[in-house]
Structure formats: structure tokens, C-alpha cells
Write a protein that binds this ligand. Structure first.
Ligand SMILES: Cc1cc2nc3c(=O)[nH]c(=O)nc-3n(C[C@H](O)[C@H](O)[C@H](O)COP(=O)(O)OP(=O)(O)OC[C@H]3O[C@@H](n4cnc5c(N)ncnc54)[C@H](O)[C@@H]3O)c2cc1C
Length: 423
């Protein structure tokens, strides 16, 4: 079993990706982080004629952007009902529309930029882990109809076999917006597009320090010194102490995945007869889907740690996978891997400006399309195409007790385990 991400094994970073051998000395905008957020911002800025340099500590796409499950869905991590309660109807509707616009941006990258990342929009099926969770799904579906005018299809347990080859769950709800894609094809394709518009991509160019001067910033990197008029921090789950005030807004958590070897066509049709992607209803949720080459990808966590042993995590995930799909009991696992995602205390993505430095992060497990969208949003804020974004207008929760290491995570784990247990 390999301990590297399946996606980059299946589709490695193209050897002809146009990365710069040397760092330029100056630029209009320096973007720190070469994942979806940074590359989406770069594409938008470079397309509009701005000089952009992307500085990536490892290689382009190395972070969560090539490690995720490739599931895109409507709504945001915090949940639309919570968002309406917390921010009111006006902002609730803005956030709902933003979540749909995120999916439109994916279509734009597919249709207009011609990146082939195998996006298939066949709906997602949320699955009730307990009977009480199914009751909540029915209430939520009515809420969606009343408040968003959105049809969510409720699937009782007796009809579940039409949608998924499992008898484990207590019913489900289908959101037609849900889809699956190939994360590595997307991130490398996006990098190629950004470069085509003139972005300079620099790998192994980790940024150590930033100095603010009268006319901009000086960045000290592993590849040398760069002067920039503007900076975007796009490091999400890998955000460190580079700018402590920004670090204190988000904290990293680990997410873990396994894939099986390719399944027979018969088994693929049994597991996902209509091509849905799946997730369950726990706080420590599992997400799963067929990959374009017909494997089952199973991901999740029962811990928030970023340092779990990959073999042990594979064993845990496999037990959960076989509990849902006993027909896979003898199917070998070929890859186990992990990646870090950025969370915020209020589970809302966070974008803004701190000491003149722009940032976008904290998307939780909804980070694929949100990262693309907020990368573009930050770029538009810099060019003046937009003056504000609902994501920066709401108050963002921070706590005095967190500024360096997220020492509180084990307590959060215990709290959410209990919530899963009593729900
Ligand atoms: C296992 C897993 C499964 C997931 N599944 C899904 C899913 O199915 N659907 C979904 O919507 N979201 C999912 N997510 C979340 C999603 O992948 C992320 O939110 C998204 O990729 C974030 O993109 P990003 O560009 O902001 O960050 P990343 O792609 O993580 O990129 C950040 C980059 O910053 C670089 N960096 C950090 N510090 C520095 C520095 N000082 N100098 C230079 N570079 C630096 C890092 O090397 C890294 O490459 C998942 C995440 C994980 C880990």
C-alpha cells in the first residue's frame, strides 16, 4: 500500500509545467501558496494584465489541492440553516448564491479554459448515519424548499438501494448540485492556465519573512528576495507563523483517505448506480465516491490530528468502508494518504486584509470550490472590480487563547465525539 496521494500517482505533476528557474526581483502581486486559492487568484489577476508571482514552498499543487476527494457541493461548511440563523436572511441568501456561483466557476474553468478535470455532476447523496439524522434531513429539506426554493430529494431507507449499494444507512437526501472531479488534473490545469496568462510560478520558494516598506513589501524566500506591491496569503491548512495575526484566524486539521484497487464494472454499478458522490451525517463524517478509473475512495477522520500514522488510519477507514460496503471485504487498498485543511472557529471561510496583506482560507471540507471562488474574490478586491465581499463583511470569530499551536484540538475532538454519540 502506497502512502502517497492516489491522485498524483494517477496524474503526476506535468514535467513541462512552466515553472521559473529563478525568482524575479519584483512583481505587482506575490501570492504565497500554489493550490486552488493561489492559482485561482493568479489566473484572475494575470488575465487582467497584473504581474503575478506564485511562491510555493514545495511543488505546485502539493497541498490539499492534490489530496482532496474531489467532491463539490452546494452550500458552505457551516450549513445554510446555521448561516441564516447567525447572519440573517439577506446575508444567508448572499452566501447561498455564492455557493452556486462557486460551481459556475468550476464550469467556467471546464468550458472556457478547457481544463479537463473530469467533473461529473450527478448529485450528492447525504446519508443518515442514525435514524434521528434522517428525521433531521426531512426537516432540512422542507427548510431548503421554504427558504431557498431548492428541491432536495428525500430517499427513505426502503428506496436507498436505488441510489447506493449499501444497507447500512437510515435514508438519505440528494442534492442535484453535487459532483465529483479529479483534483490533481484541476490543480495542474489551473497552474498551466495561470502561466499561459503570464503568471510566474516558483517552486521550492517557501516564504520565511515579510517586511513592510513605504511602497510595498519585501519577501525573503528560499529562492531569494522578491519585492511586491501586494501580497496574498493562500496557505489554508498549511498556514504558519509567517504573519501571526493572520495565523490566529485559522487552524489546521488532518483529513485522511484510502482508495481501493479498480472495481469491476458490476461492482461500480452496484455501489453508485446513478454516479452520486456520498457523505454521511456525522460530525466526524466519512465522504466517499468512485474515482474516474472506478476505485472506491473513502475519506474522513475520527480525529483532527495532522500526524496520525497512515497505516493505522487506513485500517480505521477500511473498517468503516467495509461496514458500509461488506461486498468490498476482500478488495485490496492501494493508497493511504493525508492532507491538511484550514478550519475557522465559526466554520465560515475567512477573507480580508491584515496590515495590508490579503488572505483567504478556512474553508473546512468544502474547500475545493470555495478556494477557487475566494481566490478570484481576493483578486477582484485587489483590482477594484469589487469593493467588498459578504465573506469579509461578517464578524469572524477568534479567541484570545489561540495564537500559535491549536492545543485545544483534543478537547474539540472529545466534544464532537460525544455529539456524534448522543445525536
Ligand atoms: C484529504 C482531504 C480531502 C478533502 N476533500 C475535499 C472535498 O472532497 N471537497 C472539498 O470541497 N474540499 C475538500 N478538501 C479541502 C480542499 O482540498 C482545500 O480546502 C483546498 O484544496 C484548499 O486549497 P488552498 O489552495 O487554499 O490550499 P492548499 O492546496 O493546501 O495549498 C496551500 C499551499 O501553501 C503552501 N505554503 C504554505 N506555507 C507556505 C510558505 N510560507 N511559503 C510558500 N508556500 C507555502 C503549501 O505548501 C501548500 O501547497 C479536502 C482536504 C483534504 C486534506
Amino acid at each position: 500500500m502506497k502512502t502517497t496521494p492516489f491522485w498524483t500517482d494517477d496524474y503526476p505533476r506535468p514535467s513541462d509545467l512552466p515553472v521559473a528557474a529563478e525568482l524575479p526581483t519584483e512583481t505587482d502581486v506575490a501570492i504565497i501558496g500554489g493550490g486552488y486559492t493561489g492559482l485561482s487568484a493568479a489566473r484572475t489577476l494575470a488575465k487582467g494584465g497584473t504581474n503575478v508571482v506564485v511562491l510555493e514552498r514545495e511543488t505546485i499543487g502539493w497541498g490539499a489541492s492534490s489530496r482532496n476527494a474531489g467532491i463539490t457541493s452546494s452550500g458552505l461548511k457551516a450549513g445554510m440553516t446555521t448561516i441564516f440563523k447567525r447572519y440573517g436572511k439577506e446575508y444567508g441568501l448572499k452566501f447561498w448564491q455564492a455557493s452556486l456561483d462557486m460551481l459556475e466557476l468550476i464550469k467556467e474553468l471546464d468550458n472556457e479554459e478547457g481544463i479537463d478535470f473530469e467533473w461529473r455532476q450527478s448529485g450528492d447523496l447525504g446519508l443518515a448515519f442514525k435514524a434521528s439524522h434522517f428525521d433531521n434531513m426531512i426537516i432540512k429539506a422542507k427548510w431548503y424548499k421554504d427558504n431557498l426554493g431548492e428541491e432536495v430529494e428525500i430517499v427513505p431507507r426502503s428506496k436507498l438501494r436505488d441510489e447506493i449499494g449499501s444497507d447500512f444507512f437510515h435514508g438519505g437526501a440528494i442534492d442535484k448540485h453535487g459532483a465529483g472531479l479529479h483534483p490533481a488534473k484541476l490543480v495542474f490545469g489551473l497552474a498551466e492556465v495561470a502561466a499561459r496568462y503570464g503568471t510566474i510560478l516558483c517552486e521550492e520558494a517557501g516564504v520565511f519573512t515579510i517586511e513592510k516598506g513605504a511602497h510595498g513589501f519585501t519577501l525573503h524566500t528560499a529562492k531569494g528576495v522578491l519585492k511586491a506591491k501586494e501580497i496574498i496569503i493562500a496557505t489554508n491548512g498549511y498556514t504558519d507563523q509567517l504573519v501571526p495575526k493572520i495565523n490566529s484566524k485559522t487552524f489546521p486539521v488532518g483529513s485522511y483517505s484510502i482508495v481501493t484497487e479498480p472495481l469491476s464494472e458490476e461492482l461500480q454499478n452496484e455501489i453508485s448506480p446513478k454516479g452520486h458522490v456520498f457523505y454521511d451525517s456525522k460530525w466526524f463524517l466519512n465522504y466517499f465516491r468512485l474515482t474516474p478509473d472506478g476505485r472506491l475512495l473513502w475519506g474522513g477522520r475520527n480525529n483532527l490530528s495532522t500526524t496520525l500514522d497512515l497505516q493505522e488510519s487506513a485500517n480505521t477507514l477500511r473498517v468503516e468502508m467495509v461496514r458500509a460496503f461488506p461486498q468490498l471485504v476482500d478488495t485490496p487498498i492501494t493508497h493511504t494518504w493525508t492532507g491538511q485543511l484550514g478550519l475557522t472557529f465559526d466554520l465560515m471561510p475567512n477573507i480580508g486584509v491584515e496590515d495590508g496583506i490579503h488572505y483567504a482560507f478556512g474553508y473546512g471540507g468544502h474547500g475545493l470550490h470555495t478556494a477557487l471562488y475566494l481566490g478570484r474574490e481576493i483578486a477582484w478586491l485587489i483590482t477594484g472590480k469589487i469593493e467588498s465581499s459578504p465573506f469579509m463583511e461578517i464578524p469572524h470569530q477568534t479567541y484570545f487563547f489561540y495564537w500559535d499551536k491549536p492545543w485545544f484540538l483534543p478537547y474539540a475532538v472529545a466534544y464532537y465525539r460525544i455529539r456524534d454519540w448522543i445525536s
